[in-house]
Design a binder for this molecule. Sequence first.
Ligand code: NAD
Ligand code: UDP
Length: 320
Amino acid sequence: MNKTALVTGGAGFIGSHLCDRLLSEGMQVICVDNFITGNRENVSHLLTNKNFRLIEADVSQPTEKYLSNIPRVDEIFHLASPASPRGYQDAPVETYLVNSIGTHYLLLFAKKAGAKFLFASTSEVYGDPEKHPQREDYWGNVNPHGVRACYDESKRFGEMATMVFFRQFGMDVRMVRIFNTYGPRMDPRDGRVIPNFLTQALSGKPVTVYGDGSQTRSFCYVSDMVDGILRAMQLPKTKGLVVNIGNPDEYTMLTLAKKIKQALGSSSRIIFRNLPEDDPTRRKPDISRAKRVLGWSPKVTLDEGLVPTIAYFKKQLQHS
Ligand code: NAD
Ligand code: UDP
């Protein structure tokens, strides 16, 4: 019998690509989403697939409320959480609940089901990092009561809970620290930098660089991300481990703005706006562990990944 994967947040950007990939590998997929930031369109093409099941539920609730009729689950990918600064600052309580109590309930379910578990953590656990690039053994520099704390601190809590179930019960768990990821199915309105720059440059509006644009990020294309997540779940030696998954190619936001304008042949002006509170200055993953343990490194360059992303955003703008 085929293995069954449970993907929380499976109707979101990364989650929906993960569902596609798991189905293409012959797995049964149960996607749980409450659509707080996700989009039905992301999984509409899967609804007729007999190996796919969509459950609309809030995973911050006990799993008995929405998983009582599930016969078997082999792998749990816990991706549910608002992910963009706008998304989590608009829903701070929902965000800290899904990463804390939501993770706890799903770990209890995994324990009972004897399932493997993966927690989708984030580069935000490093806060505004004092070490560069960021390695997994760096503990980070997070403001515990700032505007990003509902996300950063709850992801840190989620990692802690995952490790407690590993140590206390010997469970087969792992954590991936996801660095900035982009690609088709990103929400054009979620306020993240690539959706903002693309929608602005495509519609001839000014491109808004925050601060002086010298802050950096490193962008991973979604197919590379899904590949890393799958390897982290499926390869041996990942039990009890946290692994950075991201593309180490680092760009300033001003360079990114120019790159996107150039890729689109856009004549939009670049304008400067206030830097948001606690905006990390630099971010770049050290992926030595992913290379060593997962045999993984990203394959898609930013120039290559922008091509399908731009095509998706053009289509979205036509339909809006
Ligand atoms: P997304 O917002 O597109 O997807 C998250 C999904 O989770 C959405 O479909 C949302 O509706 C769902 N969700 C949220 N709370 C829920 C709840 N309580 N119950 C059920 N469903 C719920 O975001 P994404 O970019 O695909 O991010 C997926 C995961 O990866 C998140 O855990 C995020 O923290 C992590 N991550 C993403 C990035 C990135 O650059 N995209 C970076 C770091 C970490
Ligand atoms: N940013 C920007 N202009 C925008 C949106 C974001 O200059 O219109 C900057 C933001 O200040 C941050 C970087 O781009 O330094 C990445 O922001 P994003 O919200 O995508 O994700 P973050 O990595 O901060 O979670």
